[in-house]
Every structure is written in structure tokens, then in C-alpha cells.
Design a protein around this ligand. Structure first.
Ligand code: URA
Length: 250
């Protein structure tokens, strides 16, 4: 196995979002940083950054050169970087994740696609531009599963129309559900989409004469929202999680 690249402690702190380079140097110098449970006051000390456990001013942190996370988005939060009417989802992340600089000149951690303010469930975030692009690219057809609650009972005709494709008013091409499973209740259905147009689920249900009253995203690719991740909570994606996001071989 190849030996992992080593990085200076001051640079690790900076890239993990603990403040300016100067601030990070000061934290180390003042003895406020522990690495693998032991204090380290040498800014130039070298460590392998991936998975490195550090403690900064008493805050334990697991280092990851690139951030891949999932959030269980609660209702009442906007996905925008500059929210207008509701708090932003980024306020649910700890300061290092909000502050970490992106690689090169790219922005830091951002949501991959957006969920409406009132939509709940699985949201991915990253600072890896190539990963974000791949997850958003329509050609990848990564399916997203939504648990939809409607104002009126869902009819077999509505299910068929969602599968056949509906035209959203300003589009030329109809959009269709990749899968549509009614139930478990009369007013509910699970809808699978492989694209992500603005308000797509709500507009598709409106186009077939129903109305969405609650919307929850339960899966992205083969990755489910873990039942033990409470609304408003986040966690790192594991290598196993990331494997569930690979497109299936055609
Ligand atoms: N479709 C919608 O209408 N809203 C969402 O938040 C996601 C998909």
C-alpha cells in the first residue's frame, strides 16, 4: 500500500476551516491543538491528513481533505447561500465546515442541488467541484426518490400520467417519473426522478391535478437517508456511502 502524503499541521488546520493561516499558526503555538490525543506546538509537524483526529480549543475534529457530507434537511430552512426569508441550511453545519476554503479558487462546502424550504430529507454537500458536477450532470441519471404527500388521493390515472410524462408549462420536452409507487396511504406516493428541475415534484403533481402538501427526499442513487440521522443533523459520507452514488452500469 502507498504511504499517504504528509502535510504540515498549520496547513491542515487552515484547510479544515479553523481560520486564517495566521490564526491557525497562533492556535498551534499557544498549545490549543492536540493531534491524536497529544498536544502539538510545532506548526511544521507532518501528519497524514485523511481521517486525522485533532482537537482545536477543546473541539474534536476529524480531518478530511475533501468534504463529502449528508444532511437531513429539516423544513423551514433555505438551501441558498444567501437565504432571504428562512435560516440557511449552512447554519446547521459546524464553523469549520462553513469556513473551510475550497480547493484552488473554488467555493467551500455547498449543497448539491437544492431542496425547497418546506422539503425535508437527504441533501448532499461537498467542496469537490468535480464530484458536485458529476452528481448534478443530467446525463448521469442518478435517481432521486421523493416521498410525496398529496392533498387528494392519488389515482391510478395520475400515476400513469406521471410515468408517461407531463409537460411543465414553459418546457417543450415532457418530464416523466422513472418510477411511481402509490401508497402506503391513499394520499401518498414514492416518486423517482432522474433530473431536477425547479419545483419539479410539486409541478408534476400539479400538472396531473393534485397538490403536494409534504415532500421528503429519501434516497439519492442507492444511498438512503439513514434512519438514525435526525432532522438538522449531518455526517461525513463513508466510502460505502459514496459507492452507493455511483451510476449503475448500463
Ligand atoms: N421537487 C420539488 O418540487 N421540490 C423539491 O424540494 C425537490 C423536488
Amino acid at each position: 500500500p502507498s504511504t499517504p502524503a504528509l502535510e504540515r499541521l498549520d496547513n491542515i488546520l487552515y484547510t479544515q476551516g479553523f481560520g486564517t493561516r495566521r490564526l491557525c499558526a497562533g492556535l498551534i503555538e499557544r498549545g490549543l491543538v492536540q493531534v491524536q490525543g497529544r498536544p502539538c506546538t510545532d506548526q511544521a509537524a507532518l501528519f497524514p491528513p485523511e481521517g486525522l483526529p485533532i482537537t482545536v480549543q477543546g473541539q474534536p475534529w476529524q480531518c478530511h481533505p475533501r468534504a463529502y457530507l449528508m444532511l437531513n434537511k429539516p423544513a423551514g430552512y433555505e438551501c441558498s447561500q444567501r437565504p432571504s426569508a428562512w435560516p440557511g441550511i449552512y447554519t446547521l453545519l459546524p464553523a469549520p465546515l462553513r469556513q473551510r476554503p475550497g480547493p484552488g479558487k473554488t467555493p467551500g462546502v455547498q449543497a448539491i442541488g437544492r431542496l425547497d424550504q418546506d422539503t425535508t430529507g437527504l441533501l448532499l454537500l461537498s467542496d469537490d467541484g468535480a464530484f458536485i458536477h458529476r452528481m448534478n450532470a443530467p446525463r448521469q441519471h442518478i435517481p432521486k426518490v421523493y416521498q410525496v404527500t398529496c392533498a387528494d388521493p392519488v389515482t391510478p390515472e395520475q400515476v400513469q400520467r406521471l410515468l408517461d410524462g407531463v409537460t411543465l408549462h414553459d418546457d417543450l420536452r415532457p418530464v416523466r417519473a422513472a418510477a411511481c409507487q402509490p401508497g402506503p396511504q391513499a394520499h401518498t406516493l414514492a416518486l423517482t426522478l432522474t433530473e431536477g428541475k425547479y419545483h419539479q415534484v410539486k409541478r408534476m403533481l400539479a400538472a396531473v391535478g393534485n397538490r403536494v402538501t409534504a415532500l421528503h427526499r429519501s434516497h439519492i442513487g442507492r444511498l438512503p437517508l439513514p434512519p438514525d440521522l435526525a432532522p438538522g443533523h449531518w455526517r461525513w459520507l463513508t466510502p460505502q456511502d459514496l459507492a452507493q452514488l455511483q451510476p449503475l452500469p448500463a
